[in-house]
Each structure stands twice: as C-alpha cells, then as structure tokens.
Design a protein around this ligand. Structure first.
Ligand SMILES: *Cc1c(COP(=O)(O)O)cnc(C)c1O
Length: 383
C-alpha cells in the first residue's frame, strides 16, 4: 500500500469542472492580475475570518513582508518571534531591516511561549510576530495582552491556520494584522502562489493595496518604495471556488486527526500533538514526536508511507541567521521539537484504510521502543 502525504489531485477532482469554469471566465474577462474575482475573494475571505479588510497578494511571504512594513518595522527594531516555523516568518522581519529575536516555544504545542516572549521585551522591541503552528492557534489572547501592555504591534502568521478558531473567534481576527498563505498545499490553497493580509484598519488596508501595486497613486506616480505583490486573477477565481469547500475539508481533516489521536495513544514511543486550550485546529499538519525520527521516517518510506519533517532545523540555527550568534542550546524546546518531529499523512481525502495502515505500521515499528524519552518535556497536554 502507498499512502501519499497529501493527495492534492484527489482534493481537486470533485471540483475540477467548477475550477475550469472559473478560470475560463477569468480568461474571457482578461482578469490576469487582480480584477473582479480577486476582489470577490477578498470580500469573502475577510468575512470568513471576521475582518473588515482583506488584501490579496502574491504569496504568504509577501503578506508577512507587507504586514511588517505596515507596522513601520525598520532598522534598529527588534521583533520577537518563533524559531520553530517555516523561515518566511523571520524573512519578513529581515526584509524590513529589523532584527528577529527568537523566543522559545511551548513543549506541548510548539507555539510561542508567552513567558519566553515577555522575558525578551526590551526598549527596542517593536512587535511580536507569532505563528499558528500546524494550524493550531498560538496563545493569541495572551500575546495580544502582552503586546497591548507594552505598546507593541502583534502580527499573526496564520499561513497554516485557515479556519482554525480560538475562544470562539476565527484565527485571522486576532492581532493588528494577520497573514495567510494560499500555497497549494495549505488547507486553502491556490492553483499556484497566493497570500493575503487581513486587518480592521481602513488606512492600513489602503496602504497595503498601494504597496502591493508599486505604491502607485495615479498612473506613474509612486508615493513610496513599492512592490509587485499582486494576486493573479486565476488565483482569485480558484480561491473563490475553494473557499466554499474549506469548512467541509477542515471537518474531514479533524475526523482524520481524531482517528490518529485515538488509535496512536496506545503506542508508548509516540508523543501526540496537543491543541491549545480553547482552540480548534484546522489540522493543517498532524505532527508526532519520536525519539529516533530519521530512522522511523526511512522505515515508513520503505513501507510506502510518505512523511515530512516540519521543521528539521530551527530558524535561529539556520546559516542565513548565523550573524545573530545563536548556538545550539539557546532555545532548547524548539531544538528538541525540531529533532523529534514527524508529520504523518493527513488531508481531506485520506481514507480510513490508509490511516489504519499508518497506525498498524507505526505500532509494528515502535512496538519494542522504550517510551518516548523526553516525556514529560514534550508531554501531551490535551488530546
Ligand atoms: C507557508 C508558510 C509561509 C509562506 O507562505 P508562501 O505562500 O509559501 O510564501 C509563511 N509562514 C508559514 C508559517 C507558512 O506555513
């Protein structure tokens, strides 16, 4: 049996006709860059995440960059962020000439630890940039309070968290701005690159719209240094179709996650993912922790099970950030999480048969393992 990490073609197959119609209309209407379909999608997505404005962009990385510019992040500023993420989170800070300051993460969820954030606030701190890792919301309520009490901006990198909720509120509605990616493999993915920033502030939204389109105020008049970060018409057209399916797809992922949580809880060598208290995850990824991750990954691959690692090297130890002077041991929880994490196949179209095969294979491979040695450091808090 072969279990793919994510069968994207299987996700698209039932809506292929609808997608082709939407792309056909975009061609007919010369909607190649921005245009009415992108505008319609912006309106629908803003409503979906409970915000007044959505500005559609060319990628999640572009969204993080413009959101960072929108809070006037610049040289001399420090921005507290997580080292346990896709690297775009800290790119945004660096693009603005500011300095990422890495805080450690919670052992249970891998999300930013609010206490670690608090301990890194200085006179130079300008903002907190958190991530909803694997789709599980960060402690956005606590981080909002910390940001407010120190006069800092809060940007939420919600690039993995379309449809997640915290305390009954959609992720995307927390913080000054929230950023989304529509990279094809995300829970809401375009047919290519895409991203968005959402906010409630009309003047911020207007500046973002300007920045994405060369900061052009009237033809050939540029008010500041701008960018070409516009969303393509095709992507807006496709995303409009796919947004209508998002809740249904997330519900299917949630059922798959429940199945894993129930059936893997018996296996001693596995540490299961925890959900933030008061949150609902969209289960973008289902990440377990095991002692000998690389060996297990190879053994699963030999048996036809495709897994991935999110993320094998924490950002503070990336060569690109060697100039910041971090060393192994500085952020022990993030480092341990990087060494032991393994992402199992999950998607809206994974079948019970496929999941049973994954579970049985893990049980067989980990049967003789001693219990996960770093428990209770990476303990399961809630499941
Ligand atoms: C995917 C992702 C991004 C970047 O999005 P792109 O659309 O690929 O540029 C940023 N942050 C996180 C946490 C992501 O998962």
């Amino acid at each position: 049996m072969r279990v793919p990490f994510l069968d994207l073609a299987g996700v698209h197959r039932p809506i292929q006709r609808e997608l082709m119609d939407a792309l056909g209309k975009a061609i007919e209407g010369n909607e190649f860059i921005l245009g009415p379909s992108v505008g319609d999608f912006e309106e629908a997505f803003a409503a979906y995440v409970g915000r007044r404005h959505c500005v559609a962009l060319s990628s999640g990385t572009a969204a993080l960059h413009l959101a960072s510019l929108a809070v006037d992040m610049g040289p001399g500023d420090e921005v507290i962020t997580t080292p346990f993420t896709w690297i775009s989170t800290s790119w945004a800070i660096s693009y603005c000439g500011a300095t990422p300051v890495f805080a450690d993460v919670e052992p249970t969820t891998g999300n930013l630890d609010p206490e670690s954030v608090r301990s890194r606030i200085t006179d130079r701190t300008r903002a907190i940039l958190c991530v909803d890792l694997y789709g599980n919301p960060a402690r956005l309520d606590t981080l909002s309070r910390i940001a407010a009490s120190h006069g800092l901006a809060l940007i939420d990198d919600a690039c993995q968290a379309h449809g997640s909720q915290l305390l009954g509120r959609p992720v995307g509605s927390f913080g000054d701005l929230a950023c989304f990616s529509f990279y094809p493999g995300k829970n809401l993915g375009a047919l290519g690159e895409g991203g968005a920033v959402v906010t409630d502030d009309p003047s911020t939204a207007a500046r973002l719209r300007s920045l994405r389109d060369h900061a052009q105020q009237g033809r050939h008049n540029h008010s500041e240094i701008g960018f070409n970060y516009r969303m393509e018409g095709f992507q807006g057209a496709a995303l409009k179709v796919k947004l209508r399916r998002l809740d249904e797809w997330n519900a299917a992922r949630s059922r798959a996650a429940d199945f894993y949580l129930r059936s893997l809880s018996e296996i001693a060598g596995i540490c299961l993912p925890a959900v933030t208290p008061g949150a609902e995850s969209n289960w973008h990824l289902f990440v377990i922790h095991v002692a000998d991750r690389d060996r297990l990954k190879d053994q699963l691959a030999e048996r036809g099970i495709e897994t991935l690692v999110h993320y094998p090297t924490p950002v503070h130890l990336q060569p690109a950030y060697s100039h910041l002077g971090y060393v192994r041991g500085d952020l022990p929880i993030a480092e341990l999480a990087s060494d032991t994490c393994l992402s199992l196949p999950i998607s809206p179209v994974i079948t019970p048969t496929e999941q049973r095969y994954v579970v049985e294979t893990l049980a067989e491979l980990l049967d003789r393992e001693t219990p996960f040695p770093v428990e209770p450091i990476l303990a399961t808090e809630s499941a």
